[in-house]
Design a binder for this molecule. Sequence first.
Ligand SMILES: [Cu+2]
Length: 115
Amino acid sequence: MKITASRWLLGVMCVAASCVQPALAASAAATAHTSQIDIRNFAFAPKTLTVPVGTRVVWTNRDDEPHVIVSAGALFTSSHALDTSDSYAVTFSKPGTYAYFCSIHPMMVGSIIVQ
Ligand SMILES: [Cu+2]
């Protein structure tokens, strides 16, 4: 029980710090890696993100305006309208290139390359 709780806490801390969870690498080989995309100044940062299969990608809105993540070609489920500091996560389990945009501001585009 004690070990489970501390591992859970470590995991949360690692996600917050965007680290790779080295301390848990041995037991967490099958655990998804997490990558972060910031939405800032009406742009996605990074605009193109390359990740391994199984990665959980988290978008966080750092703007004062709402944004909506929409997959070009509907390859993944769209987000709800993200207010300031809201996050949206998608786990990518198949290789491919996933282009996406903001449905409120269609000039905002980005892509995730899963390999
Ligand atoms: Cu937007």
